[in-house]
Design a protein around this ligand. Structure first.
Ligand SMILES: *[C@@H]1O[C@H](CO)[C@@H](O)[C@H](O)[C@H]1NC(C)=O
Ligand SMILES: *[C@@H]1O[C@H](CO)[C@@H](O)[C@H](O)[C@H]1NC(C)=O
Ligand SMILES: *[C@@H]1O[C@H](CO)[C@@H](O)[C@H](O)[C@H]1NC(C)=O
Ligand SMILES: *[C@@H]1O[C@H](CO)[C@@H](O)[C@H](O)[C@H]1NC(C)=O
Ligand SMILES: *[C@@H]1O[C@H](CO)[C@@H](O)[C@H](O)[C@H]1NC(C)=O
Length: 571
């Protein structure tokens, strides 16, 4: 009751609402039918959600050519995240939004729907910038007032969009307590009121409502259906789990055990169990082709897509512009991932490279690669493969040459064996390091034609091997590297001279590939020419008051320290 009164108060204090007449007619669609049409979906990430403006981050403004690629690649829908924070031109109580920005969002939606792609538009990073109900001293009255006014203006501008456009109330709103969860429910109600007041076709439009954090557990715990909701509605949630694998934390480069799969299956089942008759949308998920190991990643996409399909949940791949589609070239960075997203259904059974699944392992193998160490003899290589009931049909190299079954390779049981004679045509002891060739495997079933990279590797070399922590504190430290194989680290071990873990002492209870390992992006990173120790990690060394070793590890993650490069930060 109190909630409803509060909304009425906000509305009463604002300029009179008007009901907008729209040209044409609206083709009503149920939430069930809308949701059934979405899969697969793609996020135009880091674009209109960038701050302060579109183009401020790593992507150029979105254009039709990129949307054409997405459409041609097999996607049926686009989620358009939009951050409004930096486009308000007025303050309380009107909170006027720059009409040019409203028009830009409207125009991009037209670019999407005129390609026959469904669209979901939202209020995005605002959830952390001004609409964070958990922030210390948050003025909830202001958040509600501003949120109503924002959605009223969005609703007015977009009132006449077709039924292919849905509105999502707010992206990943922080919520730590049941009280916060109740406030998110209230924001959902305010959103519904605002778009209804804006008129046009909005009262018939499909809406996406969200729970705390837009995560499956908080949504299950605290989400309540808004009173008297009349719009067709679905719940949107996001899934980036397990955190360590998705975000390359604590050396977690392995995924795919039965227990890993069961956890994901259960997470989806529990959400479905809470909302048995509500259409659900997975609005964001990703395993980046930049920072995850491919065999593990493909197992993840294959499993996630199966489980989502079983529950009738359409999926929207998060793509920040650096992970999946290269918007400059129009090429997908990982075609196998794309195939799995587009093609996987409940029934499909794809053949995939096998890889280490045991978290206690001391090294990690991956049949997404043929790794050959420089300076060693070329021998035959046996790659365990998950045929999943299919038969290998062909292997083709990047020049289009089809390998000869029986002499170049053979299949034995659940393995593909590449002959020494064949590998010697690609590799010698002195072949320059790096990716030598990329093979593509075709099977008689499934949706994937996985790639297989032949890589000559050796120990990468750092240009400098130490620095004084206090001298370099305050900024990320880039250390020039000569890559010798794959041009990325797999993990970084950070340990102080006395043997103390620089981060997360509890990782001692994990397997040997994870103990004392730091976290990608928070503590370490890389670019084309450098490995990077972040300012936060340097601060940690200064705070520890002890010289610390950063051991960069590369693929293949062989037992021990054979494929590592060390950097010491002295104090
Ligand atoms: C909270 O926001 C409301 C509405 O914008 C405003 O009237 C009020 O003064 C604000 N309260 C504080 C403490 O800033
Ligand atoms: C919801 O419906 C009930 C019963 O018709 C009504 O008493 C109540 O005022 C309605 N609430 C809103 C917010 O419209
Ligand atoms: C609802 O979700 C919660 C949190 O994940 C879970 O504990 C509970 O078992 C779920 N209920 C059902 C019926 O699935
Ligand atoms: C890894 O190397 C250590 C010694 O460096 C050895 O004790 C251990 O057995 C090796 N493990 C595997 C799986 O090769
Ligand atoms: C890096 O340091 C570790 C620990 O001292 C050592 O075992 C390893 O051999 C070193 N790696 C290289 C490439 O020097």
């Amino acid at each position: 009751m109190q909630r409803l009164l509060a909304i009425a108060t906000i509305v009463a204090s604002l300029p009179a609402a008007y009901s907008q007449d729209c040209p044409g007619t609206f083709d009503p669609i149920t939430a069930e039918d809308f949701v059934a049409a979405l899969h697969p979906g793609w996020n135009v990430g880091n674009t209109l959600d960038a701050t302060p403006d579109e183009g401020s981050w790593n992507n150029a403004p979105i254009d039709g050519a990129t949307l054409d690629v997405v459409k041609e690649s097999g996607f049926n829908s686009i989620r358009l995240p939009v951050t409004w924070t930096h486009h308000f031109t007025g303050s309380s109580p009107d909170w006027t939004v720059d009409p040019k920005w409203l028009q830009r969002v409207s125009d991009v939606l037209d670019l999407i729907t005129e390609r026959d792609l469904y669209a979901i538009v939202n209020v995005h990073h605002d959830s952390w910038e001004w609409a964070d109900v958990t922030a210390a001293g948050a003025n909830i009255t202001m958040i509600e007032e501003k949120f109503y006014r924002l959605w009223y203006q969005i609703g007015t501008t977009l009132a006449c969009k077709s039924s292919m456009v849905a509105f999502e109330s707010i992206n990943e709103p922080p919520a730590n307590t049941a009280e916060d969860g109740a406030e998110i429910n209230k924001l959902n109600s305010i959103f519904l009121q605002a778009i209804a007041d804006a008129g046009g076709f909005n009262s018939q439009r499909v809406v996406n409502l969200v729970g705390g954090g837009e995560d499956s557990i908080k949504t299950s715990q605290w989400f309540e259906v808004p009173a008297n909701i009349t719009n067709p509605w679905a719940i949107q949630f996001h899934y980036y789990s397990p955190y360590d694998f998705i975000f390359s934390a604590w050396g977690k480069t392995i995924w795919g055990s039965d227990s890993d799969k069961d956890t994901l299956t259960t997470d989806f089942e529990l959400l479905r169990g809470n909302f048995t008759d509500v259409p659900l949308i997975l609005g964001e998920y990703d395993a980046s082709s930049t920072n995850t190991e491919p065999a593990a990643r493909w197992k993840y996409f294959d499993h996630l897509q199966h489980v989502a399909a079983q529950h009738g949940i359409p999926t929207f791949l998060w793509d920040n512009g650096e992970d999946q589609l290269d918007r400059t070239t129009g090429e997908w960075r990982d075609p196998t991932t794309l195939q799995l997203i587009i093609g996987t259904t409940e029934e499909t059974s794809s053949s995939l490279p096998d890889s280490t699944e045991d978290a206690a392992a001391a090294e990690q193998f991956s049949s997404a690669y043929i790794f050959h160490r420089a300076g060693t003899q070329v021998t035959s290589q046996t790659l365990p493969y998950l045929f999943n009931g299919n038969t290998l049909a062909s292997i083709t190299d990047s020049a289009g040459t089809v390998l000869e079954s029986g002499s170049d390779y053979s299949v034995s049981g659940e393995s593909i064996i590449f002959s020494a004679k064949y590998l010697a045509t690609k590799l010698t002891a002195s072949t320059p390091t790096g990716v030598v060739d990329t093979l593509t495997l075709e099977f008689d079933g499934g949706v994937a034609s996985p790639t297989l990279e032949i890589v000559q590797w050796d120990n990468p070399v750092l240009k400098t091997t130490d620095a004084i922590a206090s001298d370099v504190a305050g900024a990320d430290l880039s250390i020039p590297i000569t890559w010798k194989g794959l041009s990325k680290p797999a993990a970084v071990k950070a340990i102080s001279r006395s043997g103390t873990y620089l981060f997360d002492d509890w990782t001692q209870y994990l397997g040997p590939l994870q103990q004392a390992r730091a976290t990608y992006s928070s503590h370490w990173s890389w670019d084309d020419e450098n490995v990077i120790i972040t300012a936060a990690a340097i601060d940690a060394v200064v705070a520890a008051g002890e010289s610390s070793l950063f051991m960069f590890e590369f693929y293949p993650r062989v037992n021990g320290t054979a494929n590592t490069a060390n950097f010491t930060l002295n104090v």
